[in-house]
Design a protein. Structure first.
Length: 741
């Protein structure tokens, strides 16, 4: 997370904490005040209403009571107004009405009773006791005052199984018009005389606000006396809607103010941080560029002292690392030259020959390969001194170096190599059979002249074979050696050039065979150890396997994979082949719960094909749980064919967290000072760099320098196929990331 985001978050949290604290305190204080005000108002209303209803307690079913309570409730300030009797009572008139007796008859009720399991009925006959108490208090009623007729009331005393609001069957006798009726009436026994309720929520207060904040308005009450005793109780509950409305407006205003203040504060903070943190962003970009191998400098130093010092330090570090890498590159180039160039003749060595052959396969070039050997160099050395032998070998090599002069106008590229001792080779790219004959004959004449000068009549033989684009380097070189042997049979200083009819297999047969294998999936994917860890917690742990494919011809013999891929590329089937291999590897990892990485070789046609890369990215996105175990392998000489496309492919693969290994690395293909541009995950050195490293100081120096350079660029280096224990120990001392044996 960036520093600016952290500051935004921290300041926002501080602002939120301050605002939240003030907001909570303010809302709570406002709520407490509103609650107190509402409860006080409800209590005053209960007291006032109790005084108003006192005269009506003689007949608690008087409709006037309901009218008075409704009038108060209609003001909307109350949630509930409820009048409750202190006991369960009913009148004789209610019994007569519930029993459906003729209301036009004056009835006298007696013998009122209910089922004993629910309780008993008593007569509310205590008016006389009230009169006596009034006399004791000298509260005599005025003379000739109007007295309302006494209402006969019955009181139910609940017991046992009675439940509030239950209807009871009341038995009674009624006498009227000289008629006695024994009947029953269903009377609901409840204390609530009047209950008026109003909705709580106001329209302009959101429900979520009501659910989030609790306003507790306890119910208030006032007792209403009926003479000397409590006749009823009036309960008043304040309607919290009004309280919520006031509280919501207060909270809304506070939030709006805070939002405006916060917006202004953040806007000012953004402007300030843009100015303050710009140098830090420059430093971040510089650090990222250093990691990518781009060693730039920040020219405009910031004015803040601390950041200015950091900037100066980063500039110094960038310059120093650039110097270190430049020195390493220079050392590596020097050592590469020593490893690939023959010290005596200046010709390239066998390692470079193999590399150039790989280039021929990549480009599907045509041409001829020549095997040239000096005859009896040992005998010549016995009769001449070392200096004479060296001069002879240099003269021999110079003839090979100048062999391309006669074909320069025709665009033929000729390269000469010295393998060891008396063995030489030539690659003539773009040469046909007729020109190969001319070249060999010119070399033959030049060598014969050299033989006359050094008094060595039998100087050499030359064998040539056409380059086979579907063959292998060992196979083509074997064919050139066969031509050399045939030249020896012809006579001294003779040449033998094979024509295209000597190719081992007919191209049509190869095409039909390879296409059938790919279309029918008649190939297997196996796995060989790619690298074991050499240091730290990864030591001796399998880090990576390499997926390899195998297919057989009609006779059941293994087809060289180089030949197979070459034919697949020629007939545009290699992309289908690569897709099938990738899918098989993914299935292998998921089925067998593989935990280490597996490298998959891809052809150049595949990584250059936009449809293939899109297909690959979509496939990898559906296998995110294993994608970091997939390492796509490209040979250094393959990548060198189109470095721009290679970099594009790396960037796409990294977007889905897969990895890239550049295998068979040689500095001839990708200049060392350009490695930093490709963001590689792994490099696997060509085996020639570690083969015999224990006895070759130049190779050791090269590998050590390569390890240092890769370490600066966060690239892990592998050694390939280290066979000898002495070589393996040296590789381990250098602390490469891993090695295969």
């Amino acid at each position: 997370m960036s520093l600016s985001k952290q500051l935004y978050i921290i300041i926002s949290l501080i602002f939120f904490m301050i605002f939240a604290g003030n907001f909570i305190i303010s809302v709570n204080n406002t709520r407490d005040y509103i609650q107190t005000e509402a409860v006080t108002k409800a209590q005053d209303t209960a007291t006032s209403l109790g005084m108003t209803l006192k005269p009506y307690m003689k007949n608690k079913k008087d409709p006037e009571i309901v009218s008075i309570i409704n009038a108060i409730a209609n003001r909307g300030f109350y949630k509930e107004l409820r009048l409750e009797d202190v006991q369960y009572s009913f009148t004789a008139d209610e019994l007569i009405e519930a029993a459906l007796l003729d209301l036009n008859v004056e009835w006298s009720v007696s013998d009122v009773s209910v089922d004993a399991k629910f309780g008993e009925i008593i007569t509310n006959d205590d008016q006389g006791l009230g009169d006596q108490l009034a006399e004791l208090e000298d509260l005599e009623a005025p003379q000739n005052s109007y007295s309302e007729p006494e209402i006969q009331t019955y009181v139910f005393i609940p017991e046992g199984d009675f439940k509030e609001g239950q209807e009871l069957l009341v038995k009674f006798s009624a006498v009227g018009n000289d008629e006695i009726v024994n009947t029953v009436a269903n009377i609901k026994m409840k204390k609530v005389l009047v209950d008026v309720k109003r909705d709580v929520k106001f329209d302009r207060v959101p429900q979520w606000f009501i659910d989030m904040i609790e306003i507790n308005l306890p119910e208030t009450k006032s007792e209403i006396s009926d003479g000397w005793k409590v006749g009823a109780v009036i309960y008043v509950s304040a309607n919290p809607g009004d309280a919520y409305d006031k509280l919501y407006l207060t909270a809304k205003g506070a939030i709006i103010y805070a939002a405006i203040a916060f917006t202004i504060a953040i806007a000012l903070l953004v402007l300030f941080l843009q100015f303050i943190l710009k140098p830090l962003r420059d430093i971040e970009i510089l650090a990222q560029n250093i990691a990518k191998g781009k060693f730039e400098q920040i020219k405009n130093l910031p004015w803040t002292t601390e950041i200015k010092n950091i900037t100066i330090t980063m500039n110094d570090m960038s310059a120093k690392i650039e110097g270190i890498i430049a020195k390493l590159n220079s050392n590596l180039e020097t050592m590469t030259k020593k490893l690939s160039e023959d010290g005596l003749t200046g010709l390239q060595m066998k390692q470079t020959f193999e590399t150039d052959m790989k280039k021929m396969f990549i480009s599907s070039a045509s041409g001829y390969i020549f095997s040239i050997k000096i005859d009896n160099l040992g005998d010549f050395a016995l009769h001449n001194g070392n200096k004479a032998v060296d001069n002879f070998v240099r003269s021999f090599a110079n003839i090979l170096k100048n062999a391309d002069e006669i074909f320069k106008a025709e665009g033929v590229e000729i390269s000469a190599y010295r393998f060891f001792g008396s063995e030489f080779a030539m690659i003539a790219k773009g040469l046909n059979y007729e020109n190969a004959q001319i070249l060999a004959q010119n070399l033959q004449r030049s060598f014969e002249q050299l033989g006359e000068e050094v008094e060595k009549p039998n100087i050499c033989h030359i064998g040539g074979t056409p380059f086979n684009p579907i063959g292998t380097t060992p196979g083509i070189w074997a064919s050139a050696n066969e031509a050399y042997e045939l030249a020896k049979q012809v006579g001294p200083n003779e040449v033998y050039i094979r024509d295209d009819n000597d190719l081992a297999h007919d191209m049509e047969e190869w095409r039909d065979l390879v296409l059938d294998i790919i279309e029918q999936g008649k190939f297997e994917v196996g796995y060989i150890s790619g690298a074991y860890g050499l240091k730290g917690e990864n030591e001796n742990i399998l880090l990576m396997e390499e997926a390899f494919t195998s297919a057989k011809d009609k006779n059941g013999a293994d087809i060289p994979i180089g030949t197979f891929v070459s034919i697949a590329e020629k007939y545009l089937k290699v992309i289908d082949f690569d897709k099938a291999v990738v899918q098989k590897v993914i299935k292998h990892i998921e089925t067998n719960n593989i935990e280490h990485s597996i490298s998959i070789n891809l052809s150049l046609d595949s990584i250059h094909d936009h449809k293939f890369t899109l297909w690959l990215i979509e496939l990898l996105k559906t296998h995110q749980d294993i994608v970091n175990q997939l390492v796509f392998s490209i040979t250094a000489y393959g990548a060198a064919k189109d470095l721009h496309k290679f970099k594009e492919f790396i960037d796409m693969v990294h977007q889905v967290d897969a990895k890239i290994i550049l295998k068979r690395f040689e500095s001839k293909f990708i200049p060392l000072d350009e490695i930093k541009n490709y963001n590689l995950d792994y490099i696997r050195l060509a085996r020639d760099y570690t083969n015999g490293i224990s006895k070759d100081g130049t190779k050791r120096g090269f590998v050590e320098s390569m390890q240092e350079l890769a370490g600066l660029l966060n690239i892990k280096v592998f050694a390939e196929n280290v066979k000898e224990d002495e070589d393996f120990n040296v590789v381990k001392e250098i602390e490469l990331y891993g090695a295969s044996r």
